[in-house]
Design a protein around this ligand. Structure first.
Ligand code: AMP
Length: 111
């Protein structure tokens, strides 16, 4: 199996802007930000898409980590998980988007 793009980021083969890392997760700045703050929280244990993760504990840990990282950057934020190509997923390695930094008055556009 070829390493995924995010595995190559985790191994530092591909440079990225890392904002958080622990034993199980890495969080990086998205290269193509869709919000003033746009981060990706990526489990080091590879799964292609979030619904492949069978362990509820792992799903909970992923969400808890995303919330922890989001709170380090903003009091308000949006968490997004694209699942499958039809759901907008382009990188087949599970990740959670953190989008934030809009003004409260304007809020984010769209859904
Ligand atoms: P998704 O479309 O949900 O699979 O999200 C993949 C995200 O990865 C997109 O928002 C891309 O902008 C982002 N991305 C792709 N390549 C890189 C990279 N080298 N460093 C950081 N983010 C990336």
């Amino acid at each position: 199996m070829q390493p995924t793009l995010f595995e190559r980021i985790i191994s530092r083969e591909i440079p990225s802007s890392v904002v958080f890392e622990d034993e199980n997760y890495i969080a990086i700045k998205d290269i193509n930000p869709l919000a003033p703050i746009h981060l990706l929280v990526i489990p080091k244990k590879v799964s292609s898409r979030v619904d492949e993760i069978e362990s509820e504990a792992e799903l909970g840990q992923l969400m808890a980590t995303a919330i922890k990282v989001a709170k380090q950057h903003s009091s308000d934020y949006r968490l997004v998980i694209n699942v499958g190509e039809g759901g907008g997923q382009t990188v087949p390695h599970t990740h959670v988007h953190i989008l934030a930094g809009w003004t409260a008055q304007i809020g984010h556009q769209g859904m």
